[in-house]
Structures are given as C-alpha cells and as structure tokens.
Write a protein that binds this ligand. Structure first.
Ligand code: CIZ
Length: 282
C-alpha cells in the first residue's frame, strides 16, 4: 500500500492509494490488509506508521527528515521535567519516536487542545512546536510551558504576506496552520490542520481561499473542489524535505523494497503507549 502525506508532490499524491495527514496515514496503514507499506512523507511520520501498524514500512527517501522534530530530544526533556516536576508532557506528533517514548501524551494539530484539556494536570510542557503550543495556550486556562521549537516552513509566513494576499484577493477567506506565528494566525479567518482545511474549504460557502500551509495541500484542495479557487499565502511555503520524494525514488523503492524504517524496540513500546493514550481521548 502506498501512502502519501498531504504535503507531497502532486504526482506522488496521484499514484498513492491514500493521501492524508500523518495520523490518518498511520491509521490507514493499520487498517489495511497489505503487509507492506510504502510511506511518502518525512521520517517521523513513517515511524508512527510502523509503530501503530506493526507492519513493514519503507520510505523512498529515508533521509527526508523534519527540522521541527530535530528541535527536541530526550535529554533536554529530562532537564525540563526536573524544572517542572508537576507538569504533564504533551508532545506534538511532529517529533522523533525517541522523544515520543519519554512523553506522557501525543497530540496532532487537530486534537492538541482536546488532549491538553483531557490530561489531569493543570501544567503542561508542550513540545516541540511553539506555534501549535501558543495556539493551544490562547484557548485554555491551563499553564502551557512552550518549547522553543518551530517549523521553518510555516515560520517563513509573515503578517506582510497575509496583508498582501488579502489585497490581491479581497473576497478570499484566509486559512492558516496552527504552526504559523501568532501574529500571522491573528490575521487569519480560520486556524486549522490540513484535514480541517480540506473539510472547511469543501463545506464552506466561500469560493476563494488563501492558504497558509505547505504548498502540497493545494493539489488536494483544487482536485476536491474544482469550482473553487485557492492561493498560496507565500511562495516560500515549501518544505524541502517533503519534496525529496518523487516518482523516481518511489519507483526504485518499490522495485528494490529498500528504505526500511526501523524503530528501536527500546523506543517503540513507550511511543506506542503515548500514541494509544492520545487515541483513547474522545
Ligand atoms: O500531522 C500532520 O500531518 C501535519 C504535519 C500537519 C497537519 O496539520 O496535518
């Protein structure tokens, strides 16, 4: 089964059996009857698919990493836990399996607020994304301690880009990802993860949208809404890691069954426990 993330190149999305966000893809890997999964995305996502499905997972380009995931490690978290012994650790799915293994809970961009509200503790250490963490902090009474990590792609989007896009497309609604800077989010009409943007654009009466997330999502938005118009909020919203996978590397991976993703057993059980705890929250 070929899985492709919403941020992949259009031609990769078009040959995939299923396109979605990282958690949707992992759940699809688990549900599928296929025993071999080819995951087109970045490494942490393929790790989650391997952990949750228990299947053999290959990546066309295993070097495709995530700079945000690299911004928090277990040693720094251990120090932060000593400083904040009463805090629960909620870690965004955009993180390494090694970090997930030492976290209490995992969240996605879609369920971060729900997870934070569901944990019993009033104080939360939120890793590694300060964008998503600050967005949650704006909506909860809990004490959120932010980690200094950020997504370099989403952080390239600036208020001036939103102002320019609104001038150029005055009828359009602005949808931005929670990983964006707070000063960008507050200029938008909606703050949504990729799945939320797809649902909102489909059901809302508006015919035109400015999109503040990685450009790959525009392919699905346009394909699923042929009568509507979508504009990327900035030409800089391109994740180089997401673009490493192309049809040539995918074909090679299928032919050679290369690029196997292995999660060391000492991380796997802890990461699965934290992921399963998240999924048990309704
Ligand atoms: O978890 C994902 O798939 C990412 C990176 C973003 C989103 O909002 O879906």
């Amino acid at each position: 089964m070929i899985l492709a993330h919403n941020y992949q190149l259009p031609e990769v999305q078009d040959v995939a059996d299923f396109v979605g966000d990282s958690l949707e893809l992992s759940l699809e890997a688990r549900r599928s009857n296929e025993s071999l999964i080819v995951f087109c995305g970045v490494y942490f996502m393929a790790e989650v698919a391997a952990i949750l499905s228990g299947k053999r997972v290959l990546m066309p380009v295993p070097l495709a990493g995530c700079p945000l995931a690299a911004m928090a490690g277990p040693e720094a978290l251990a120090e932060a836990r000593l400083e904040h012994p009463n805090a629960a650790v909620v870690t965004y799915i955009n993180s390494t399996a090694e970090l997930k293994a030492v976290s209490d809970w995992i969240c996605t961009s879609a369920n971060a607020l729900r997870v934070v509200e569901a944990v019993p503790e009033e104080e939360i250490l939120f890793l590694p994304d300060q964008g998503l963490g600050s967005w949650v902090a704006e909506q909860t009474r809990k004490k959120i301690r932010l980690w200094p990590g950020f997504c370099p792609t989403h952080f390239r989007l600036l208020p001036v880009d939103i102002q320019r896009a609104r001038r150029e497309h005055p009828e359009a609604l602005v949808l931005v990802h929670p990983e964006c800077r707070p000063e960008v989010r507050c200029l938008s009409d909606q703050v949504l993860g990729t799945g939320g943007m797809l649902r909102f654009a489909h059901h809302d009466a508006a015919a035109e949208f400015i999109i503040g997330t990685e450009e790959g999502l525009l392919h699905r938005l346009r394909k699923e809404n042929p009568g509507k118009r979508f504009h990327l909020a900035s030409p800089l919203l391109v994740c180089p890691n997401m673009k490493m996978t192309d049809l040539a590397s995918l074909t090679r991976c299928l032919a050679e069954e290369s690029g196997q993703v292995t999660v060391p057993p000492q991380w796997e059980a802890g990461a699965r426990r934290a992921l399963e705890r998240m999924m048990a929250i309704r």
